[in-house]
Design a protein around this ligand. Structure first.
Ligand code: ATP
Length: 341
């Protein structure tokens, strides 16, 4: 694997309203994680923006690096991680923050919701303690913290919030507990919420309810939302813009409607056609051939070339550099040919 340093300071994001700084700015992020004596490359040249109140999707198959990218936003990379580039939250680089600064960042500015709500809560403690501890640590009185916790549980659709505060995690279904985790994430009114596959472990109905809650809360509170998923259809349903990641790199980004109407990267097009559709006359799903590679395994040309029906000899030799098409970016040698239509 040759790292391509496909650095660009263009992240495909719209310029934004004057005076409105992005809540998240990732520029040229590279991550290597320890692997025995060596360091294994995981991310390369990742660039991404989230504006206040914007919902941005980060989409890709398993192992593409989505979780590592969003963990870097909270300074939650494993010990020994080596990074390059910048991850700025409200203008400050997370990668250079001290431990105390990271604690403050997580308490006030960024919150994260993970796939498995049971991994986020202490099974032995009451939900009320889980919801109020951050508020109490920030100096809120016990009575005010409890009132706020009830308000938050109400906002995520939990009936009888007062009773819920006294219960323990095992007394909640997965979907109800994910609501509790979202309520806790919103307690400090963070500028940015990072949700890593928050509905993957839930049944379809509960999934829809959680998505509706996230969408409503984002609209009401103006929180920026970075929504991580392997499901492009789901991302399209809720996101303003989407970044598509393959083998640790962003291969395409654009506004959701444009991404669907006119994907320019064959990988994006493949993600769109590999998912089953419910319409009666919809074509059958067409899986992307082969299996995804990690950045460490990626060949020196385009990492997707071996799975791509449109690959030319050039694709296996030269790394494609992200270039601007329409309102977004695509890293493909054939992007200007419209081959994925
Ligand atoms: N703590 C770690 N130590 C070493 N390698 C890791 C660690 N966490 C993740 N990786 C590696 O980093 C790469 C990206 O993993 P990551 O979990 O970010 O992918 P993902 O796109 O989120 O996948 P999934 O959808 O399955 O969660 C994988 O090759 C994975 O094996």
């Amino acid at each position: 694997m040759t790292e391509q340093k496909h650095l660009t300071h263009d992240t495909g994001a719209p310029p934004g309203a004057p005076g409105e700084a992005p809540v998240l700015e990732i520029d040229g992020l590279g991550v290597r994680l320890p692997d025995g004596q060596a360091a294994r490359p995981i991310l390369d040249g990742v660039g991404l923006r989230v504006a206040p109140g914007e919902t941005v999707g980060l989409v890709g198959e398993s192992g593409s690096g989505k979780s590592v990218a969003c963990r870097s936003v909270l300074g939650l990379l494993p010990p020994g991680a080596l990074t390059t580039g910048q991850v700025r939250v409200a203008g400050r680089d997370v990668l250079t923050m001290s431990r105390a600064e990271l604690t403050a960042l997580r308490a006030r500015q960024v919150a994260m919701v993970f796939q498995d709500p049971r991994a986020s809560v202490n099974p032995l403690r009451r939900v009320g303690d889980f919801l109020t501890e951050g508020l109490r640590a920030a100096g809120t009185s016990a009575a005010a913290a409890t009132a706020r916790a009830e308000e938050l549980l109400d906002a995520v659709g939990i009936r009888d919030p007062r009773g819920a505060l006294r219960r323990r995690p095992h007394q909640f279904s997965g979907g109800m507990l994910q609501r509790v985790v979202i309520a806790a994430a919103l307690a400090a009114e963070p500028a940015l919420l990072v949700a890593d596959e928050p509905t993957t472990a839930l049944d379809v109905t509960t999934q829809a309810e959680i998505i509706a809650i996230l969408t409503r809360l984002r609209a009401e509170r103006g929180t920026g939302l970075l929504f991580v998923t392997h499901d492009l259809e789901l991302a399209a349903a809720i996101c303003d813009r989407v970044y598509v990641m393959y083998a640790g790199r962003i291969v395409e980004t654009r506004r959701t409607d444009e991404l669907f109407d006119r994907p320019r990267h064959p990988y994006t097009a493949g993600l769109l056609t590999c998912a089953p559709r419910i319409e009666r006359d919809a074509p059958p799903p067409r899986p992307i051939p082969g299996r995804p590679v990690s950045l460490a395994e990626a060949p020196s040309g385009c990492a997707f070339a071996a799975r791509c029906a449109h690959a030319l000899p050039r694709c296996t030799e030269e790394p494609p550099v992200p270039a601007r098409y329409g309102d977004g970016l695509t890293a493909c040698h054939r992007a200007d040919e419209g081959i994925t239509l």
